[in-house]
Ligand binder design. Sequence first.
Ligand SMILES: [Zn+2]
Length: 110
Amino acid sequence: MPPPPALTVSGVEVQRSRQLIRDSRVLIAHARESIRQARWAIAQQTSLQIVCAWCHQTMRWQRAAGGTRVQISHSICFACFAHVFWELDPRHTAPPLPTQAAAGDQPSHG
Ligand SMILES: [Zn+2]
């Protein structure tokens, strides 16, 4: 069995390797700039807290562009909307509003 051929590197291969290294460095620089811009864009985004204006329950969070970190916007949740919807019809008695207070938080009388 003949020995494996000796590994030789030609001048063309050295030039090609150097070019690949230069190209890689350019691509890495572009990637770093893209990451920097993405981080900046993420930092510019804020969270918008959607709160029910009736019961003050947080309904959801969504991303929003703006100056401050957390912004609050108001809406109406389904339970409160059902109550308000009943109030609009004078023929019906509105069901009680949902309360957030737990039974253990009620003050005791006696
Ligand atoms: Zn509500």
